[in-house]
Write a protein that binds this ligand. Structure first.
Ligand code: FCB
Length: 445
């Protein structure tokens, strides 16, 4: 009965506009492997993985899913899902090994094959330029902490756009700048593993600046593909109604969300965050904020869970009784609706896209099948949450599930599985899970 009621009230693809973008997402370092093939040079993630203890299972992305060699099979898997879009990233050090000198034609040839394969299958191409894997050679010169890096990034963006722009639906400059800045440069748990808040805030500023510079340069060059940036965003609630927790929640929202959103959409950094940073405030040159706020076509939102801020004991994720994923993240689909509505209301973003959404669970392969009901439910509920926002007038036009297949989950290594397709890391065999079948059914129905 319950099952039946659930089915009857289930949302259908037809409840969304016919031109809604349905996709799956991946990123280069997490799937490609072939770390030294055809002239690819190391990225900061290759080097970070070598640091003892950096990755939970001691692994790295040297082979990953070997997508570099198996992309044809993966393209078929994507097409089989019935999606009309694929979001992936380009490995900068594959196409420009040192990040500032010569282009690597063999590296570009791989993306040429991939894009042709997508075009041939009628699947939109959504490219991310920087999904965290900057060339290690550029890091040696100071990386994102150095202002000159912004200019190198612009050259890279222009070159990618020159080659692929006319066959690409969208170009995203950076994926989750907060993660690069804070996890990579303040907490040191992600590449490049540095630990300085001052450095981190300078990096955050340069990422935003390089985004704005690239958008302006791409427009000036007459590139017509849609341009945007992707942020990791979550509603942040106070863990209690104590004034201290409430203050903390506002500040954390400032550091995680408003720092980026105010800069991109209002051309300034939030006053409360600047006051809080004090001596850690980055160097901001005249004109930078106008550059950062150069108009963009879409804002991508990566949503996984909500967060709580507390000045006392850390929030117990199990306290709500809601399901918790293998990452320790609470399943809270309403947070996505709330977030999209807020972005529309506070920032009047003209086009929003859910560029990542998904869940890690401990999957079991039984008789050749992975019965990941919980992932299926997660996706279904978050697609519904996206629809709820749309019904409230929020201009959201895309949903990308994270991820096409199990892959290298950064500092968690291969222990956390987010894929709709299972990957056996000893044979690299791909097996679509139940969630893949569900998505396919939803999209084809
Ligand atoms: C996001 C990343 C993506 C993936 C998911 C689980 O922060 O953009 O690469 O690791 O988390």
């Amino acid at each position: 009965m319950l099952m039946q009621a659930r089915q009857e009230s289930a949302l259908a693809r037809q409840d969304f506009p016919s031109d809604f973008i349905w996709g799956v997402a991946t990123s280069a370092y997490q799937i490609e492997g072939a770390h030294d093939k055809d002239g690819r040079a190391p990225s900061v993630w290759d080097e970070f993985c070598e640091q003892p203890g950096a990755i939970a299972d001691g692994s790295d992305g040297k082979i990953a899913c070997d997508h570099y060699h198996r992309y044809e099979e993966d393209l078929d898997l994507i097409a089989d899902l019935g999606v009309n879009a694929y979001r992936f990233s380009i490995s900068w050090s594959r196409v420009q090994p040192d990040g500032l000198g010569a282009w690597n034609e063999a590296g570009f040839a791989f993306y040429e094959r991939l894009i042709q394969g997508l075009n041939k299958r009628g699947i939109q191409v959504h490219i991310t330029l920087n999904h965290w894997d900057m060339p290690a050679a550029l890091q040696r010169q100071g990386g994102w902490a150095r202002r000159e890096t912004c200019e190198h990034f612009v050259r890279y963006a222009l070159e990618v756009a020159r080659r692929f722009g006319d066959r690409t639906s969208s170009l995203c400059t950076h994926n989750e700048p907060w993660v690069i800045a804070i996890l990579g440069h303040e907490l040191g748990v992600f590449a490049p593993g540095l630990k300085s808040r001052k450095l981190a805030m300078q990096v955050a500023h340069h990422l935003l600046l390089s985004h704005g510079m690239a958008v302006r340069a791409l427009r000036d060059a007459g590139i017509r593909t849609e341009l945007g940036i992707v942020l990791n965003l979550s509603p942040i609630y106070p863990a209690s109604d104590s004034p201290a927790d409430m203050q903390k929640a506002i500040l954390d929202d400032g550091l995680n969300a408003r720092w980026y959103l105010d800069a991109l959409f209002k051309g300034c950094y939030p006053e409360d965050v600047l006051a809080h940073l004090g001596a850690d405030t980055p160097v901001i040159e005249a004109g930078d904020m106008t550059t950062i706020a150069h108009p963009l076509d879409f804002l991508g939102v990566n949503y996984y869970t909500r967060n709580f801020s507390s000045t006392g004991n850390p929030w117990d994720v199990h306290s709500t009784g809601n399901e918790v994923t293998d990452m320790g993240w609470e399943v809270y689909p309403q947070g996505l609706t709330e977030l999209l509505c807020r972005l529309h209301k506070d920032y009047s973003v003209k086009r929003l896209r859910v560029t990542e959404n998904g869940a890690a669970f401990k999957d079991e392969m039984l008789n050749g099948e992975v019965n990941d009901e919980r992932r299926e439910a997660y996706l279904r509920e978050h697609i519904k949450a996206t629809h709820d926002a749309q019904v409230q007038g929020v201009p959201v036009d895309a949903y990308f599930a994270w991820s096409l297949m199990d892959n290298f989950e950064w500092a968690s290594g291969y222990e956390k599985r987010f894929g709709l397709v299972h990957v056996d890391y000893s044979t690299l065999k791909r097996t679509p899970k139940r969630s893949a079948r569900w998505y396919q059914h939803f999209l084809k129905a």
